[in-house]
Design a binder for this molecule. Structure first.
Ligand SMILES: *Cc1c(COP(=O)(O)O)cnc(C)c1O
Length: 377
């Protein structure tokens, strides 16, 4: 007997535009099978043209590498403290520990689900009172929703603590007319396989300060001094992007605006089709914010309700995922310093990310909505 296999729907699969192979072939034809090369330069230029605001870009091997270098560029070292949004993916925080520093986690506010300005200021005051000035603030545009940029910037300026803008999930998002990735002292992007565009794996460090970019490239290419032989007066890293993979990135940049629209259309479809279920809530964009809607998230009344949806989808070969588990609740950071208000824990318990790929067709979206509506009956 033949068993019909239901079409798998992934949470956020890669979606090629077509020209990626042209640029990858260019790398092969010219034998630029190396870190760096013309594809990397062109990819960096395409990012700069898109984000604007005089941003300089260094393409790297991952978003995690970009955060590591950003922290190092800000002088974070052994024994320092770095404030980090608790509600995020572990890659936002892990590099703090690579440098022997400690994360101080700060919880979220309800409107954008990102770092709470009030709690951030409370945390800074408390750290200062304890005689420890945090070296940096890592703020995240989670799921593509811009954090409260103006409020966070005001606090950053008041206390003179630089912001690292984790824009890994927010390429294409806009705050008050300005693209995400152009706000922090340093910002990072990710081109991991599940992000809005991908190079299979990769990331970028963005900054308006050209000297910081040059320093980042120096550190990312093994920190070689200017000498005919190999001489090193700094510890370096091998973090630059491959010229082959940058070819994928060039092709992906050409379709980025379409990818953003497709993800936003997914969100609208879910919101309209599930409008009859009063138990399901969506997060709206505050005035002035434009989210790339990297992942469509829903909030349910309870953990049990959330799990019923997740398991029903899984049984139909559809991937969904609970919202990020806050860092202050992760076993790896247990006992660490944190300033919590219960918001991210509540979101984690009741929230679910629905399939959000830009290549989804209406039939896929309808299938998902029907499963959720049938559960509700
Ligand atoms: C994906 C992601 C990263 C890390 O990017 P990689 O390229 O996977 O190393 C960092 N922060 C957030 C919020 C992410 O979603």
């Amino acid at each position: 007997m033949e068993i019909a296999v239901l079409k798998k729907i992934w949470l956020s699969p890669p979606h090629m535009g077509g020209n990626e192979e042209v640029y990858v072939k260019e790398a092969f034809d010219t034998n630029w099978i190396a870190p760096l090369g013309p594809n990397v330069q062109n990819f960096e230029r395409a990012i700069e043209d898109y984000i604007k605001n005089d941003i300089h870009t260094a393409c790297l091997s991952s978003g995690t590498a970009a955060i590591h270098l950003a922290l190092e560029l800000l002088g974070v070292s052994q024994g320092d403290e770095v404030i980090c949004q608790s509600f995020t993916f572990a890659a936002s925080a892990n590099p703090i520990t690579y440098l022997g520093a400690s994360p101080v986690f700060v919880d979220s506010e309800r409107e954008t689900w990102n770092i709470s300005p009030d709690l951030l200021e409370e945390a800074i005051k408390d750290r200062l009172a304890k005689g420890k000035k945090p070296k940096a603030i890592i703020a995240v545009h989670l799921y593509g929703m811009p954090y409260k940029v103006n409020e966070i910037r005001a606090i950053s300026e008041k206390y003179d603590i630089p912001v690292i803008e984790d824009s890994a999930e927010a390429l294409g998002s806009i705050y008050n007319g300005q693209k995400c990735g152009s706000f922090g002292e340093l910002a990072i992007l990710s081109f991991n396989g599940n992000k809005i565009i991908t190079t299979s794996g990769g990331g970028a460090l963005l900054t308006r300060d050209e000297s910081l970019k040059e320093r980042a490239i120096f550190l990312a290419t093994q920190a070689r001094d200017n000498a005919p032989h190999y001489q090193h007066s700094n510890i370096g890293y091998n973090y630059r992007m491959s010229n082959v993979l940058a070819g994928i990135g060039r092709g992906q940049m050409e379709v980025l605006p379409k990818r953003v629209l497709a993800r936003r259309n997914n969100f609208s479809f879910y919101k309209e089709n599930l409008a009859g279920i009063s138990e399901i809530e969506f997060i709206d964009e505050p005035k002035g914010s434009y989210s790339n809607r990297w992942l469509t998230c829903i909030l349910t009344p309870s953990f049990e309700f959330r799990e019923r949806i997740r398991i029903a989808l899984e049984e139909e070969n559809i991937e969904s995922r609970p919202l990020w588990k806050p860092m202050h609740l992760q076993p790896i950071f247990e006992g660490g310093t944190h300033y919590a208000n219960g918001v991210s824990e509540d979101l984690f318990n009741r929230g679910l990310c629905l399939p959000s790929g830009s290549s989804m067709i209406q039939e896929d979206l309808e299938r998902i909505c029907d499963i959720i509506k049938n559960l509700h009956k």
